[in-house]
Design a protein around this ligand. Structure first.
Ligand SMILES: [Zn+2]
Length: 84
């Protein structure tokens, strides 16, 4: 998004702690720890380990998070209904 000049900063839109790069999202963004654990098997991934992950898992992880980032950019608030 920063490279497209759609926002003023390159800070991660999810954690606002460091630059939002694919490697940050895949390996260490704290806002994605639960999804990373569920989809990739670890809360934090070392960059050298990320190279060994199956491409389909990484693509699924990025696709799921792309939806989250798109909703964040559009200002959509996601409400979850409580199951009773
Ligand atoms: Zn982040």
């Amino acid at each position: 998004m920063f490279n497209l000049k759609l926002q003023d900063t390159d800070l991660c839109r999810l954690c606002k702690e460091t630059a939002e790069t694919p490697l940050h999202l895949i390996c260490s963004c704290p806002a994605l720890m639960h999804k990373r654990s569920t989809l990739l098997g670890k809360y934090i991934i070392q960059p050298e380990y990320a190279k060994l992950l199956p491409a389909r898992k990484v693509l699924l992880f990025l696709a799921v998070n792309q939806c989250l980032l798109r909703d964040l950019d559009s200002g959509v608030t996601i409400y979850r209904s409580r199951s009773t």
